[in-house]
Design a protein around this ligand. Structure first.
Ligand code: HEM
Length: 127
């Protein structure tokens, strides 16, 4: 049995790792010319908490997200936002910068990066 393979990202980076990552990401959003305008309510603290809770749940941590928000249904929840390829690329770019800033262990960072690439592509909803 190889324990390495069974460890979740949450086992490796814990609450603190997700907090660092998501706060580094959301620090970049309010003043971003492409992504900032998608938040007309400016509820950046709330958005930060929702993304952090979702990632904790998705990567093996506590499932508070499900209790608070129900099924993630990410495509449905993103439908109101016009996500073109350029918007998706910008989101991924800011998340990659946040990953570098958070200095997470390499394996965890690689797994997260791959998930973000794929999930962001899946969320493109406008030509
Ligand atoms: C592709 C580019 C993306 C854009 C432009 C985008 C934009 C947004 C916006 C504007 C919100 C509303 C903020 C709020 O909760 O108040 C949101 C919510 C959210 N996004 Fe994204 N997002 C993108 C990709 C992603 C990806 C890849 C993930 C998954 C890792 C994700 C996960 C979430 C979650 C969990 C919420 C909160 C949903 C809820 O419970 O209401 N987003 N996003």
């Amino acid at each position: 049995m190889n324990n390495e393979e069974q460890q979740t990202v949450f086992d490796v980076i814990g609450n603190t790792g997700f907090e660092c990552l998501v706060s580094a990401f959301y620090r970049r959003i309010p003043n971003d010319p492409i992504l900032g305008p998608l938040y007309p309510d400016q509820d950046f603290a709330g958005a930060e908490q929702r993304l952090r809770d979702f990632l904790l749940f998705r990567f093996g941590g506590p499932a508070d997200y499900i209790e608070r928000r129900g099924h993630p249904a990410l495509r449905m929840r993103h439908a109101p936002f016009a996500i073109t390829r350029a918007v998706r690329d910008r989101w991924v770019e800011l998340m990659e910068a946040a990953l570098l800033e958070a200095r997470l262990p390499q394996n965890a960072a690689r797994e997260l990066k791959q998930f973000f690439d794929e999930a962001a592509t899946f969320l493109i909803n406008r030509g």
